[in-house]
Ligand binder design. Structure first.
Ligand code: NAP
Ligand code: ZN
Length: 351
């Protein structure tokens, strides 16, 4: 074991604070990574404050699952990475690798999946600790290769916000000739817009923030709908093939079901702490479907990274030092981020 600096929360109501944690020394299949940047996902905030009743948080908790770093050391059996390589780590750090979910590249659904933080850690007997830290050790099968041509601070958020929006867009066959809506222009939403645009779809953003209109167009939306304006919403009735809902709080889904075409799909990726109400009739009339989507497996994550490399896509980031992380959480709650915070982990070195 070795000790490394991190920021953790010690209860649902405490702020993040500087701490020291223990990590394992690399075993034969592990790589040890110096973390350069870590994005701040709204899931970090939900988890830090133990807002998901089905997934209670074990304290202390070190959040962070949008990690970009450089390999420091590799285990004796590691074949695919060497010291100095750039790597990415997303929400997953282990799975059994043999079950049907793993074999079909859905490691997130493996019964033995280990999440990057707040998951039982067989090596330490505690829980896994995430990327708000100087370094991390992961099995090489869970390390991704970021494209070399992209800005690293903006690549970090691709590891969660990128893959979480990419998966359902691909599953729904989004591309040329499809009209796609993205609800909520935050970290996930702005990646959904960029990816759907690059896939060739006609993209509309639904936002509660009229001030984000110009940015939405710059990011690749063809139209922007202020969702609190009922008139604007009804103009789009029956017109969307798919709507991707990234909102982090409970809200009315029916205006979005109403905006779908016959056979259209509303996919929820936003994960509020409380349940949404859904009218069966809202789905029945028009043969509409409502689905959910959880991050994505390792192979699709690499495909998304390669696609972003080809299309020059990164997240729009506000780079912050780790010392501003509590302020960043408060801003995230106010939907005041353009459009992802990315922590420059060099800021932790001096502490
Ligand atoms: P975020 O940056 O905070 O973005 C959420 C956006 O939702 C806000 O920018 C805002 O957009 C909109 N919004 C917020 N409160 C709202 C309200 N009360 N009513 C309507 N709209 C509201 O968060 P994020 O990091 O993108 O994450 C979004 C959600 O996805 C979180 O719940 C997170 O836990 C979840 N998530 C799920 C997965 C998965 O695998 N399914 C993966 C990662 C994250 P406007 O200002 O444009 O309205
Ligand atoms: Zn996330």
């Amino acid at each position: 074991m070795y000790r490394t600096k991190a920021y953790s929360v010690s209860s649902a109501t405490s702020p993040l604070a500087r701490t020291t944690i223990e990590r394992r020394d690399p075993t034969p299949h592990d790589i040890q990574i110096e973390i350069l940047f870590c994005g701040i996902c709204h899931s970090d905030l939900h988890q830090a404050r133990s807002e998901w009743s089905g997934m209670p948080t074990v304290y202390p908790c070190v959040p962070g699952h949008e990690i970009v770093g450089r390999v420091m050391k590799v285990g004796s059996a590691v074949a695919s990475f060497k010291p100095g390589d750039l790597v990415g780590v997303g929400c997953l750090v282990d799975a059994d690798g043999t079950c049907s979910e793993c074999r079909s590249h859905h490691e997130q659904f493996c019964a033995k999946a280990v999440y990057t933080y707040n998951s039982p850690d067989k090596h330490t007997g505690k829980v896994t600790y995430g990327g708000y830290s100087e370094s991390i050790v992961v099995d090489e099968r869970f390390a991704l290769r970021p494209p070399k041509n992209l800005d690293l601070a903006g690549v970090a958020p691709l590891l969660c916000a990128g893959i979480t929006t990419w998966s359902p867009l691909r599953r729904q066959g989004v591309g040329k000739g499809k009209k796609v809506g993205v609800v909520g222009l935050g970290g996930l939403g702005h990646m959904g817009v960029k990816l759907a645009h690059a896939l060739g779809a006609h993209v509309a953003v639904f936002t509660t923030s009229p001030a984000k209109k110009e940015d939405a167009l710059r990011l690749g939306a063809h139209e922007v709908v202020v969702s609190r304006n009922a008139n604007e919403m009804t103009k789009h009735a029956g017109s969307f093939d798919m709507i991707l809902d990234t909102v982090s709080a409970v809200h009315d889904l029916h205006p979005y079901l109403h905006a779908l075409k016959r056979d259209g799909n509303l996919t929820l990726v936003g994960a509020p702490d409380k349940p949404h109400a859904v009218s069966a009739l809202g789905l029945i009339f028009g043969n509409k479907s409502l689905s959910g989507s959880l991050i994505g497996g390792i192979q699709p994550t690499q495909e998304m990274l390669d696609f972003c490399g080809e299309h020059g896509i990164t997240a729009d980031v506000e780079v912050i030092p780790i010392q501003k992380v509590n302020e960043a959480y408060e801003r995230l709650l106010r939907s005041d981020v353009k459009y992802r915070f990315s922590i420059d982990m060099a800021s932790l070195k001096g502490e």
